[in-house]
Design a protein around this ligand. Sequence first.
Ligand SMILES: Nc1ncnc2c1ncn2[C@@H]1O[C@H](COP(=O)(O)OP(=O)(O)O)[C@@H](O)[C@H]1O
Ligand SMILES: O=C(OP(=O)(O)O)[C@H](O)COP(=O)(O)O
Length: 513
Amino acid sequence: MASASAPTTLSLLPSSSSSSSSTRTRSSVLVHLPSSGLRSVGIRRLGFSAADPVFASHVASKHHSSGKAVRGVVSMAKKSVGDLSAADLKGKKVFVRADLNVPLDDSQNITDDTRIRAAIPTIKHLIDNGAKVILSSHLGRPKGVTPKFSLAPLVPRLSELLGIQVLKADDCIGPEVEKLVASLPEGGVLLLENVRFYKEEEKNEPEFAKKLASLADLFVNDAFGTAHRAHASTEGVTKFLKPSVAGFLLQKELDYLVGAVSTPKRPFAAIVGGSKVSSKIGVIESLLEKCDILLLGGGMIFTFYKAQGLSVGSSLVEEDKLGLATSLLEKAKAKGVSLLLPTDVVIADKFSPDANSKIVPASAIPDGWMGLDIGPDSIKTFSDALETTQTVIWNGPMGVFEFDKFAVGTEAIAKKLAELSNKKVTTIIGGGDSVAAVEKVGVAEAMSHISTGGGASLELLEGKVLPGVLALDEAVPITVAFNSGLRFHQRKMNCYHYLLRLLSGTHRGMNAE
Ligand SMILES: Nc1ncnc2c1ncn2[C@@H]1O[C@H](COP(=O)(O)OP(=O)(O)O)[C@@H](O)[C@H]1O
Ligand SMILES: O=C(OP(=O)(O)O)[C@H](O)COP(=O)(O)O
């Protein structure tokens, strides 16, 4: 659950990391919060954490584009559904955006209900307080109305978990939906049809957002897995519904992924595997700024080996990323990050569960063979390194874990993390295949945090701002103090609008004054 202790002063901290004189700090900004008032409203830190260097860079680069050389960090407090009282909720129609994008088999059976279970606490809180819940989600990436992407198969599981019969609408806007909403009792739940059946959803068209919003009195966004999308049901509706607040799942995800990773207990290790070097380069680069130990496994290691001049046989390689791999190795060295590549690998004569396999040193992969897992020496080295840590984040399996023969490295790391979790090490797993891997090994429960958002968690780790979070109301209006050189200005303002102006480069309060 989110931290209930409120920071009393949130700082736009001067950063010393910039090497460019053009981006060096010339101003500092303090954001003062009335401490007693904050505690009384149960403020929760959401979205951005103080002193996050990656976010600092992000803010700075945006702000620099306006010609104002200010580098800093903004910490924001988003209003939570837990901050709404029973009086705020009783009889109110609440538009809840959840991410119920669950996998279904060919017979429309749910094969993993993690996202449905994760959405329950917020819905239950609302119905227990007498609200009328209008539940919205997408499923898959349909092009127009597509029956196989209907949310209907989710109704039985939702009803079972909530202990009430969930109603289902055949659309997400329009007169029929309005009728169902009008007859919804207090404590009732109406599941709208897949919001992506309308192309206006992903285009974030205001008229469509307005129609969705017209169904309700207030908005709760609990769709962490979709928080990196600025869609009508995640971002657009906030323009028409007040308050717009965070749900418990969104809050919990951000607590771990922003809180634990921006100010981690150290030593802090990241394990990055999987198959797509290109989609994970941003993560590796940003993790080099943050972590003490970086362990690489999976299909991406062969690009690093090849970049070092080793033979990799027919292993997976992204040729156009060789230069980048070299620069990442150099960057790790310069930053003093302990970047470990596997010293031995399990190789196969074909990409198949029944391939012939053998273990070889990483420097001795023969032609015609491909690396599909990390070897036993590497497992030992990685396990020893992990023993020293206090926080571990894992994204991407160590090998082709779908084939039992090449699942040993992934399973060993999963078990090691479970063991460390029991020793109070913070363990965070993100990414669809990584979560599937820990589920397969049966250790998901042991981990500190399993993220319901693959893309969203990666974007957070890269230091990106999630539009679905940014759009939510902040907990309280706050006092912002500007200190610009010798001048000092103080004004009360809304932190959300302040941040928006800072990000968009339209803030003119510092050097301009
Ligand atoms: N050595 C390897 N060669 C080819 N594919 C690999 C290798 N190691 C892991 N993989 C594959 O990587 C895939 C997962 O990669 P990715 O999508 O990046 O992870 P995640 O979904 O956790 O972010 C798995 O399907 C796995 O089989
Ligand atoms: O499954 C999702 O993302 P993920 O596979 O990155 O975790 C979310 O539901 C977002 O779906 P989208 O990537 O189609 O916008």
